[in-house]
Ligand binder design. Structure first.
Ligand SMILES: Nc1nc2c(c(=O)[nH]1)N[C@H]1C(S)=C(S)[C@@H](COP(=O)(O)O)O[C@H]1N2
Ligand SMILES: [Mo]
Length: 324
């Protein structure tokens, strides 16, 4: 995203989606269900889940969750999802996180929940894992830079997690913060200011409560690799990728719109809402098309990244050119 810093590093041919990953066609194509208007949040525990290459620990008791994807939405190869990353705490090159994130210690790990709620507290990641039923959700991810992927995440609804802390009526937004630990997140030691740390993101409360807003703990059936934001990251699939904050250590219920990192860096280019919108260009490039990692040809970007049915009502009457 920081064009002045980022080196041009394209995806290697080895990262191109192999044929093998198309095999689970049944789970990849939900076209029929979508057309019939079937309930898309339904769970079918008998369904086969997508498996990873055994790089991290397998997650147990994962149920089938949201998987409404289009006919052309093949899963992105594990190697690409875990090898082509934005995680500036480890460097600005797409390959840096995969190389450097092994230093991050994800245990012990706690998440502090504070602000306008009745039950604030500090929760251990292992308790979070125990108390939130895990499901596999296949979601599209669209980066503001113009590339996209389709990931089989393992996680649960952000709203369920938030509700357990009993947010108060005055809480209009929720703010998230990433860990600051320069000894492990080596780009935080850089003498060039890459970003102001901690990385901060936020959502309006009703956005956070949408069932598609996901807290992620796994990928391809296994514990989330560090470079993808272990042990806990957000995935907000109808928004540009920078909203999906990684390695979360703090969640705060607040009254005012959080000052999210990218908007704070360059508000003319990155807004608070960051909804995927092919009709609203970034000042320096069009957002009408994108390149799905693994594809050669570009494809059309879909309104709200294809989740219009699920989220458009959140923005009814809003000028999306103004609130970008
Ligand atoms: N803490 C933190 N979270 C972050 C980022 C980051 O640099 N730091 N990059 C964001 C951007 S721009 C994108 S596109 C996604 C990338 O997630 P992925 O590497 O799992 O695909 O993470 C988002 N979350
Ligand atoms: Mo991004």
């Amino acid at each position: 995203m920081l064009i002045r810093l980022a080196k041009r590093s394209d995806v290697k041919s080895s990262e191109i989606t192999p044929k093998a990953l198309y095999l689970n066609r049944r789970s990849l194509i939900a076209g029929a269900g979508a057309i019939a208007g079937a309930t898309v949040f339904g769970c079918d525990s008998k369904a086969e889940l997508n498996k990873g290459p055994g790089k991290t620990t397998k997650l147990e008791n994962v149920k089938e969750g949201y998987r409404k994807v289009g006919e052309k939405d093949a899963l992105t190869a594990y190697e690409a999802v875990t090898g082509y990353n934005n995680f500036y705490e480890f460097g600005t090159d797409k390959g840096d996180p995969a190389q450097e994130a092994h230093r991050l210690k994800t245990r012990p790990w706690t998440v502090k929940v504070d602000g306008l709620c009745n039950k604030p507290g500090t929760v251990d990641i292992d308790d979070i894992l125990k108390s939130n039923p895990l499901e596999e959700r296949i979601l599209r991810h669209r980066c503001v830079e113009g590339w996209s992927m389709v990931m089989p995440w393992v996680g649960f609804s952000l709203g369920d997690f938030l509700n357990s802390f009993e947010p108060q009526g005055s809480a209009k937004f929720v703010q998230f913060e990433t860990l600051v630990r320069p000894e492990e997140m080596i780009a935080q030691k850089s003498r060039f200011e890459i970003l102001p740390w901690p990385y901060v993101e936020g959502l309006r409360m009703d956005e956070a409560m949408n069932p598609l807003a996901t807290l992620v703990v796994g990928l391809y059936g296994e514990v989330l690799p560090n470079q993808n934001g272990a042990p806990l990251r957000l995935e907000v699939p109808w928004k540009y990728g920078f909203k999906s904050i990684k390695s979360i250590v703090r969640v705060s219920f607040v009254e005012k719109e959080p000052r999210n990192t990218w908007k704070a860096m360059q508000s003319s280019e990155y807004g608070f809402y960051a909804n995927v919108n092919p009709n609203v260009d970034h000042p320096r490039w069009s957002q009408a098309t994108e390149r799905r990692i693994g594809d050669v040809a570009r494809r059309k970007t879909l309104m709200f990244n294809g989740y219009e049915e699920e989220v458009a009502s959140l923005y009814a009457g809003m000028d999306l050119k103004k609130y970008y």
